[in-house]
Write a protein that binds this ligand. Structure first.
Ligand code: G6P
Length: 499
């Protein structure tokens, strides 16, 4: 599908320059994220439809793709290859507007400021954030490029939904260039308390950037609270309930930005359908058999990221093997660690550490027939993931800090037989919704070990009671609800709260 070609007067870009692209297709609904919702794929690869692209996995694209086709929608984002210019194109009914990143942009804006400054800062400084002025300059420059692309392609009065921490300056840039737009922002990762956010040398500019939006969405109400406290502390903004009254240069209120929690979810229908497919059920049986049909399969599925608590999980598991509370042959841990941000130093160090630990555990506890940890440094298609969820008796989500954690929600959704147990960190956003999981603090290794053993030994009756309640929560709140709730709130008329 091509975007509608309309006659449009030459537009101004967010940087004030004329775009010179007066004939660009324009849209009344635009989503903006660092990555486009498609990946390159080679002929014959999984998901290949002959176009050279395949739709990225994940709930966000599933939730928004129908909106793209129903409305005049387009998605703005990076196509994933440095130094390559790709012209706007359509895929799977979605119009896509690629933003180019140079090798330097990738190093400074993406790997640097986004993933070595903001990511650790927003995740409880689990790794030390680095502050470099060159990275900040690049972040500003690239945010402006994204904003310019929106300005060029947005209809008068369009709704624009900006996604995640890589693009926090875009809302303000859009408001300045195009006050006619309805601007939403959603932060997929946590927002830190002001005491930690205070470290950021550019804290005011980030808060000001976000306050360009009409609605700023967060995963947890504690994240929204942290943001509002920072707005008050670092910008002197007046905050009433969920509203921030944003003032212009002369002190008058220019608009009201609201901050609220909208916990994201998953595509429940897709996971349920897969979990009921005979070939996936058969694949799950095969996985168990290939592992020697142990009594208990424990499963961890994460991007290989230091926020996920993989080291804590391995430590707890090793101690349980050492104390013979678990034995190889009876139990196996499958750890899927999908490759991520591999050029960032902290991620390289983590990989070395995790792989060293797995080698040590397996060297100590493996037998000729059975393994303690089946470690897989790969990404898998959703079909294989659902087979793994069906094969696993216990799911381990031990994040030290996580915006939401959709793996927890996928596992619960896949357990259509109401069996299996979820061990879930209280530091993952999902803990706010999945109260019947075995909630624990992953820093407390003894507490984590107790939770694992409770999960391993849980009676089918207790497991069913917990799983049923968690499944109901997720089935009632899938990702379509999330996007509909957010967009409904974004388009609501706001009554100023002066109480
Ligand atoms: C997290 C972030 C996303 C990001 C994803 C993968 O879920 O919230 O914005 O896209 O990780 O990370 P990557 O750096 O590969 O895009």
């Amino acid at each position: 599908m091509q975007g509608p070609e309309r006659d449009k007067p030459e537009t101004k870009t967010a940087s004030g320059a004329a775009s010179g692209d007066g004939s660009a297709a324009t849209y009344d609904f635009m989503v903006v994220s660092n990555r486009l919702p498609v990946d390159r794929c080679a002929p014959g690869e999984h998901g290949d439809d002959g176009s050279g692209w395949r739709r990225s996995p994940g709930g966000l694209v599933t939730a928004l793709a129908p909106m793209m086709t129903k409305t005049d929608g387009a998605w703005v984002g990076w196509h994933g290859a440095p130094d390559e210019t790709v012209t706007p194109f359509s895929h799977g009914g979605m119009d896509l507007v690629p933003v180019q990143l140079s090798t330097d942009d990738v190093e400074l804006y993406y790997e640097g400021f986004s993933n070595a400054t903001l990511w650790p800062l927003y995740h409880d400084v689990i790794a030390p954030p680095e502050f470099h002025r060159t990275w900040w300059d690049s972040y500003r420059k690239v945010n402006r490029r994204f904003a310019d692309a929106v300005v060029r392609h947005a209809d008068h009065g369009a709704t624009v939904w900006v996604q995640d921490y890589q693009l926090q300056l875009v809302p303000r840039m859009l408001r300045e260039a195009r006050p006619d737009l309805r601007i939403g922002f959603f932060n997929h990762i946590p927002f830190p308390p002001p005491e930690i956010f205070a470290q950021l040398p550019w804290r005011q500019a980030i808060i000001d950037g976000l306050l360009g939006a009409d609605l700023v969405g967060f995963q947890r109400s504690s994240d929204a609270g942290n943001f509002m406290r920072s707005a008050r502390r670092f910008l002197g903004a007046s905050v009433k309930q969920q509203q921030v009254h944003v003032k212009g240069q002369n002190g008058d209120i220019t608009h009201i930005a609201r901050a609220q929690a909208f916990p994201i979810s998953i595509d429940v229908r897709q996971v349920t359908e897969l979990a009921n497919k005979p070939e996936i059920i058969e694949r799950a049986r095969q996985i168990r058999q290939d592992l020697g049909n142990p009594k208990t399969i424990l499963l961890g599925v994460d991007r290989l990221d230091y926020t996920k608590g993989i080291r804590h999980r391995l430590k707890a598991y090793e101690e349980l093997l050492n104390e013979q509370k678990l034995t190889v042959g009876d139990a196996t841990l499958i750890q899927v660690a999908s490759p991520s941000r591999e050029r960032v130093e902290q991620y390289r160090l983590l990989r070395e550490e995790v792989e060293g630990t797995v080698g040590h555990i397996n060297g100590t506890y493996d037998t000729i027939e059975n393994t303690a940890v089946r470690y897989l440094h790969h990404s898998y298609p959703i079909e294989e993931m659902v087979a793994l969820y069906l094969a696993a008796d216990v799911m381990l989500v031990t994040a030290l800090r996580d915006g939401m954690n959709l793996v927890a929600k996928e596992y619960v959704t896949a357990r259509t037989g109401n069996d299996g147990a979820l061990v879930l960190s209280e530091f993952a956003g999902a803990a706010d919704q999945l109260k019947q999981a075995l909630l624990m603090n992953p820093h407390d290794i003894d507490g984590l070990k107790d939770a694992v053993m409770r999960a391993v030994n849980m009676s089918p009756k207790e497991a069913a009671r917990r799983m049923r309640s968690m499944r109901k929560q997720i089935l009632d709140h899938d990702v379509d609800h999330w996007s509909a709730d957010f967009l409904h709130a974004l388009n609501e008329k706001v009554v100023r709260d002066d109480s």
